[in-house]
Design a protein. Structure first.
Length: 544
């Protein structure tokens, strides 16, 4: 069954026909849309006003997902660039026994907030914790917090999400689709709402190679999925999902597509925007270039390559991968909220926050750049010397994996077991294989993302605003990313010190010699076994 398409933006009335180039009469709604853009057209002749700062002046904001990587950068950018903001409410739940208030303090201890605390003393007092959970009605807030939020908040950033590729369908729909439904219900109860900005993913429609900045409709109403989610069995839910074609590679991307449909169908009473980032990587510019946190799939992959743990990768070395700096994604959220609220559009603004049309990067480029970077700045506690081979062929991949990964792991785990220590390498490699299986689809396919709306947002900003809310990706590259990582990534524990580098290289070399000896012995045993098996046949043939 084919997908129904909801295009955005879709002018009303007689408008320009892209195919014929003919233009009809401009309808009233379109005229209003054009008038809304007139201030941007006059920006070269009139004194420029910090429009975005004016919009955020005195506003109260609700932010979900503030403890995640993107949420942290968005929170820091809002506090640093818009001192006129009245307050920011961050929704946090208890996690692993840590209370929401303590989690807030953990967030502010992150390296990215260091300069902010030094330069803007007291700015963190604007941030207030709301204990809650997006998977619950009213997003789990108490009655007191609920009344406070609906009275004060006018801007909502819903960034929270479960990004696991391996969770079951019900779990993903509950944490992504149903959670958004609860956020929309909350927005409807706000006394005044300017805008809801939802964080999706550029891969929400990865079952299509051409991805425009529009919402692709599912063959069933979104509410039907939500109704099935309220039932005790998964039969109806699984049936609906199987009827949505072409199929998605995992439940995460499907849940994001459904979430976009929910936003389109249910958030019709206030302005909305959908930001679709591709693969989020480190900060490009901003207050701390190179800053990144653990948990990002491609960053963790780079870390594993740099430590010599991953030496064989399954994928297509020539496939283009789309990476986007996290600070650009945060800026897109902020600019989209302002733009959509100003226009009061009845349709969601969809922004593909991607870079492949500006900066081309292949899987080989990405891995080799990280490889070269970690050769220059060795990582602490490396497993062995770095090396990376990308194999597209399944058989060759497994042959290389058995030799490079599993042979040393079996021997080293045996040594650890004998010495009374816990073996862990084999279990780590099994986890790695599962993770690679979930990523394989994205390492062997590529997409064409349209980015007209992202570029339009950038054009609407005046020069002063572009200094802080940069959206133009000219000059960005994977080499630029690698250049800033050693000083910006706190969890790498890098110290640019020649003695430390020399020591790391020495330890890594010793471990490399150990694993090389193991592989040499394994290789000798394999060839010996082949010789023992085949030599009698050779003798029999030559005897005749």
């Amino acid at each position: 069954m084919s997908l129904h398409i909801m295009r955005f933006p879709k002018p009303r009335g007689n408008t320009c026909d892209d195919a014929s180039g003919k233009c009809g009469k401009i309808a009233q709604g379109q005229s209003l849309h054009i008038k809304a853009l007139e201030p941007f057209a006059r920006c070269h002749t009139m004194p420029q006003i910090p429009q975005v700062a004016d919009f955020y002046e005195g506003k109260s904001i609700l932010l979900t997902g503030a403890s995640g990587y993107l949420g942290v950068i968005l929170l820091e950018t809002l506090l640093r660039c818009f001192p006129g903001i009245r307050s920011i409410y961050i929704l946090l739940r208890e996690k692993r026994g840590v209370q929401p208030e303590c989690r807030k303090e953990q967030i502010f201890k992150k390296k990215i907030f260091t300069k902010l605390k030094e330069k803007q003393t007291g700015v963190l007092k604007k941030v207030h914790v709301i204990a809650g959970d997006v998977t619950l009605p009213r997003i789990g807030m108490s009655q007191v917090d609920f009344l406070k939020v609906i009275q004060e908040v006018t801007i909502v950033f819903h960034v929270a999400a479960s990004i696991s590729f391996m969770k079951p369908l019900r779990f993903m729909l509950k944490h992504n689709a149903k959670a958004l439904d609860y956020v929309i219900d909350l927005c409807k109860e706000l006394k005044k709402i300017d805008v809801l900005v939802y964080t999706s993913t550029a891969y929400s429609n990865c079952n299509r190679q051409e991805v425009e900045e529009q919402i692709y409709r599912l063959p069933f109403p979104a509410q039907r999925f939500l109704d099935e989610l309220n039932k005790d069995t998964d039969d109806g839910l699984n049936y609906l999902a199987t009827q949505c074609l072409p199929k998605w590679p995992n439940n995460y991307t499907f849940s994001k597509c459904l979430s976009e449909n929910i936003l389109l169908e249910k958030a019709t009473e206030f302005p909305t925007a959908i930001i679709r980032p591709s693969i989020i990587i480190s900060c490009w510019k901003g207050i701390m270039p190179g800053y990144i946190e653990e948990g990002s799939g491609m960053v963790d992959l780079g870390l594993a390559i740099g430590k010599g743990f991953v030496r064989v990768l399954r994928g297509n070395p020539g496939v283009k991968i789309d990476i986007i700096p996290v600070d650009v994604v945060a800026n897109a959220h902020i600019a989209a909220a302002w733009s959509v609220a100003a226009k009061r559009s009845s349709s969601p603004l969809v922004v593909n926050c991607t870079s492949s049309d500006v900066s081309e990067c292949t899987l080989h480029d990405y891995t080799s750049t990280l490889f070269n970077m970690t050769m220059k700045h060795p990582l602490p506690k490396s497993y062995q010397k770095q090396s990376i081979t990308i194999q597209k062929n399944f058989v060759l991949y497994w042959l290389f994996s058995l030799f490079e990964h599993y042979a040393p792991a079996i021997v080293i785990d045996a040594i650890l077991n004998i010495s009374g220590r816990k073996p862990k390498l084999l279990s780590l490699y099994r986890f790695y294989e599962k993770a690679m299986d979930s990523l394989l689809y994205f390492l062997t396919n590529e997409w064409n993302f349209h980015t007209q709306n992202l570029k339009q947002l950038e054009r609407q900003l005046n020069p002063e605003e572009k200094e802080n809310l940069y959206l133009d990706l000219q000059g960005f590259s994977v080499n630029e990313m690698a250049r800033t990582l050693p000083e910006g990534a706190p969890f790498y524990e890098w110290e640019i010190d020649p003695k430390r580098i020399a020591e790391r290289k020495r330890v890594t070399h010793l471990r490399y010699m150990l694993t090389s000896c193991i592989k040499a012995v394994v290789l000798a045993l394999v060839f010996s076994a082949i010789y023992i098996i085949l030599f009698p046949f050779y003798q029999a043939v030559t005897a005749h």
